[in-house]
Design a protein around this ligand. Structure first.
Ligand SMILES: NC(=O)c1ccc[n+]([C@@H]2O[C@H](COP(=O)([O-])OP(=O)(O)OC[C@H]3O[C@@H](n4cnc5c(N)ncnc54)[C@H](OP(=O)(O)O)[C@@H]3O)[C@@H](O)[C@H]2O)c1
Length: 287
């Protein structure tokens, strides 16, 4: 594939299956995206290549080997973007995540390492590559606003503070992980009965992270950052939830933030199906 200076590059992490795969599929078929290359991120190269085969090997999609929990993998992916794709990114879609119902400190560490720290570290390292006016889309979930709705006022204020910084957000996250280990999440102000508690806190942290990133990056490079819920979809993560929508419907929620004009979006905010949603609220989990 030859590279031209006008070429746009879109990276989707965790795109070998599920919603991320459908995002790549739709981007690859979008005839308005001329001269755009889509990087199909996959932590397992073989699974990424199989996904490319399932797409019919379109010439505007390339597999990018990327495990967001590994700094080594992030640095190798950046080298590859520099060597093979011109070293510039227009849109980054942070879709990779894991879900687990187990309530242990090991599970909490693992989930935060992928869903929160993986995203944060990747974004920090990709920032120099992202073009002026580029976009970063962080995939969250309605579970994030719900877990904060069911949490104490103090936690609600901390997660949604307009002056929250990355260090303070890391502290909130670390306090939560420790409290999972000591079974004291209730004392911290979380509701131990909230469904999918650990996963939900990772997603609340993603929404806060996005607000901070939007604030920091807009001033420096006019980069927009959004968080998004794809809505309940039938994927491996949800054990193919019978009441879930097809993954391609979830992909549309994400693509709305790729395609909608900047004037119709609010930087740093949380969206689902084209609608802006509150950071804290008893949202429906489904749509
Ligand atoms: N499905 C839903 O109802 C729903 C609802 C709200 C939000 N979401 C969010 O939507 C996103 C996509 O979810 P999904 O339902 O499509 O899940 P999925 O089918 O389980 O796919 C998750 C993807 O993330 C990848 N991944 C996991 N850990 C990774 C890592 N360390 N580095 C890179 N990639 C990694 C997986 O790769 P492997 O194949 O190698 O495991 C897979 O490609 C997630 O952020 C999820 O939290 C989903």
């Amino acid at each position: 594939m030859s590279l031209t200076s006008q070429q746009r590059i879109i990276l989707v992490t965790g795109a070998n299956k599920g919603i991320g795969f459908e995002v790549v599929k739709k981007l690859a078929k979008d005839s308005s995206l001329t001269n755009t290359v889509i990087l199909l991120g996959s932590r397992d190269l073989k699974r990424g290549q199989d996904a490319l085969t399932r797409l019919g090997c379109p010439n505007n999609v390339c597999v990018l080997h990327l495990d967001v929990t590994s700094l080594e993998s992030i640095l190798a992916a950046i080298d590859e973007i520099k060597c093979k794709h011109g070293g510039r990114l227009d849109v980054v879609i942070n879709n990779a995540a894991i879900g687990d119902l187990e309530f242990t400190i090991d599970t909490a560490r693992k989930m935060f390492s992928t869903n929160y720290y993986g995203m944060k570290t990747l974004n920090e390292h990709l920032l120099p590559l992202i073009r002026e006016n580029g976009r970063v889309i962080n995939v969250s979930s309605a579970c994030g606003p719900i877990v904060l709705y069911e949490a104490s006022k103090d936690l609600q204020d901390k997660y949604s503070s307009s002056t929250l910084n990355l260090e303070q957000l890391d502290c909130l996250v670390e306090d939560f992980i420790s409290a999972v280990g000591t079974n004291t999440v209730g004392e911290l102000g979380y509701n131990p009965k909230t469904l999918y508690l650990i996963y939900s806190v990772t997603k609340a942290a993603v929404i806060s992270l996005t607000r901070i990133e939007a604030r920091q990056w807009f001033d420096t490079k006019n980069i927009l950052a959004f968080s998004v819920c794809p809505g309940l979809c039938a994927t491996d993560m949800t054990n193919n939830a019978p009441d879930g929508s097809p993954a391609e419907v979830g992909a549309d929620s994400i693509l709305h933030l790729v395609n909608t004009d900047q004037s119709r979006l609010e930087n740093g905010c949380f969206y689902r199906a084209g609608q802006q949603l509150p950071q804290i609220g008893m949202l429906s989990r489904k749509n």
